[in-house]
Design a protein around this ligand. Sequence first.
Ligand code: ZN
Length: 73
Amino acid sequence: MNSKKSKKKVCEKCGSSNLKTKSTTYPVQMGERQMNIGRVSVKECQDCLSLHPTQKGEEKIERAMGAFSNLFG
Ligand SMILES: [Zn+2]
């Protein structure tokens, strides 16, 4: 039996595995607007400094975006 594909996290931009988890303000572009979601759990690439939300972070972003589209949709 093959085990599932390795779930090792790497940076989507530069492929670095040098990621550090932190909680930060995460900017999301929605159409012409940009919203900053506070205290999103992300992994920050230490090489190119791009942010990759963790699963928890993704959930928070989705909730915030849902609330945002209710306000402006
Ligand atoms: Zn990177």
